[in-house]
Design a protein around this ligand. Structure first.
Ligand code: MN3
Length: 210
């Protein structure tokens, strides 16, 4: 039986105030992330026993093409949402923001020119996503360089593993449920505020382990 469970956020719902409000955090975690968790379990449950024993979501997403077609779209969506949100909570912290240091800082400089150029591109291109999706800083394991990508809906960067070897480092959710209560239609204001809660220690750890 598939038994993915909702991971904890790791801090209180009001920890990211005023940039991300407590009510949005609570609904985002207990309703939306829970729904992806339930949807993933349901999709996996519809498959054979060899799938129901799998408990590594990253391995499933990396090999999304091998998921039987009857459940592939649901696993892509709910499994992506399940893992994306876990990353998202870990990518943020109270008193975050600033700039990374060390090798990650050098990699960002090498790929984008400067931290500010990176931040501008990430912000501009994530705000411009049509409909719902995510902006991502990823590490390309073929080149070891970092790059920016956008992904539609809940599709995970891990689903590009077999072709491009992308490891997600830092993701920003721009579904309206992530900001609408506080920012309404002002997605750009939400994105600008989000930089104040980025947990660069976590991003650096993911970069070093990628
Ligand atoms: Mn979301």
């Amino acid at each position: 039986m598939a038994n993915f469970t909702l991971p904890p956020v790791g801090y209180s719902y009001d920890a990211l105030e005023p940039h991300i409000d407590a009510r949005t955090m609570e609904i985002h975690h207990t309703k939306h992330h829970q729904a992806y968790t339930d949807g993933l379990n349901k999709a996996i449950s519809s498959l054979g026993p060899e799938w129901q024993n799998k408990n590594d979501i990253i391995e499933i997403l990396k090999n999304i093409e091998s998921v039987p077609e009857s459940a592939r779209s649901a696993v892509n969506f709910h499994g992506g949402g399940y893992n994306n949100h876990t990353l998202f909570w870990n990518n943020m912290k109270k008193g975050g923001g600033g700039e990374p240091s060390g090798e990650l800082a050098n990699a960002i400089k090498g790929a984008f020119g400067s931290f500010n150029d990176f931040k501008d591109k990430f912000s501009k291109d994530t705000v411009a996503i049509q409909g719902s999706g995510w902006g991502w800083l990823v590490r390309n394991k073929n080149t070891n360089a970092v790059q920016f990508i956008t992904m539609p809906n809940q599709t995970s960067p891990w689903t590009r593993w077999n072709k491009e070897k992308l490891v997600p480092l830092l993701g920003l959710d721009v579904w309206e449920h992530a900001y609408y209560l506080k920012y309404q239609n002002k997605r750009a204001d939400y994105v600008a505020a989000w930089w104040n809660v980025v947990n660069w220690d976590e991003v650096k750890k993911r970069f070093d382990q990628a």
